[in-house]
Design a protein around this ligand. Structure first.
Ligand code: DX5
Ligand code: ZN
Length: 226
């Protein structure tokens, strides 16, 4: 029996012209994934605290904020204020932050979950030093910056390595994956050890996003591979 899989739609793929309606379509998900991009850490710019505030206002879901920004520590207070009590987790990038440990302590001091994201080329070896501080590791299965990219199959062994590291450390840390997740790739990442699946295109660009969420849950649990 495969553990419960959580589904996290990525706001980036929603139609911003009708955010309220878009978010109503995904209310049966577990979390809402919110991608903040600064045009420096990643080539793209997405949105910041004002859109987080709008999402917090109209979505019933806990918000999971993925900070693809340089010096993420500078943005944390604004993100928390915008979230109006709905921020469940803030995830920073290992590669974007000089003092990862200190920044994770800052996040934990706000009594929310803390996550660390790893780009496809970043090894997991240093993770062991911060495992006691993090609730989630976000393994990027595309290079961050854009939705709708092809899944990088070469990252799957890293998910397995992270699962082994977490198990051997007996750490309480969930593995999340982000990028190119759909009904074909979901079973692979779950088999490797992922328990939270972020999906933008596969949910918001589906004819029925609510049904796409349920479909991802089914295929991720190995219940329906057709
Ligand atoms: C990419 C973002 C993702 C993106 C995923 O940098 O972090 O969250 O929205 O989009 P899809 O699911 O379309 O690959
Ligand atoms: Zn993301």
């Amino acid at each position: 029996m495969i553990a419960m899989i959580k589904i996290e739609p990525s706001l980036l793929a929603a139609d911003f012209a009708c955010l309220r309606e878009e978010l109503a379509k995904v209310k049966k998900a577990d979390y809402l994934h919110v991608d903040v991009m600064d045009g420096r850490f990643v080539p793209n710019i997405s949105f910041g605290p004002s859109v987080i505030a709008a999402a917090a206002k109209v979505s019933p879901l806990p918000l999971d904020v993925h900070l693809m920004v340089e010096e993420p520590e500078r943005l944390i207070p604004d993100v928390l204020a915008a979230g109006q009590g709905k921020i469940d987790c803030i995830t920073i990038h290992w590669e974007a932050c000089r003092h990862v440990h200190r920044t994770l302590q800052v996040i934990k001091n706000f009594r929310i979950k803390a996550g660390v994201a790893l780009n496809p080329a970043t090894p997991i070896s240093d993770l062991k030093y911060i495992l006691p501080l993090i609730d989630r590791v976000l393994i990027m299965t595309v290079n961050p910056g854009f939705g709708g990219q092809d899944f990088l199959f070469e990252v799957v062994p890293k998910i397995e390595d992270a699962a082994n590291l977490i198990a051997s450390a007996k750490a309480n840390c969930e593995i999340k994956v982000d990028g190119g997740i759909d009904r074909q790739t979901a079973p692979l990442v779950v088999k490797a050890g992922a328990r939270i699946l972020v999906a933008g295109t596969a949910i918001f660009r589906a004819p029925d996003p609510g049904e796409a969420i349920e479909d991802l849950r089914r295929v991720a649990a190995g219940l329906n591979n057709t």
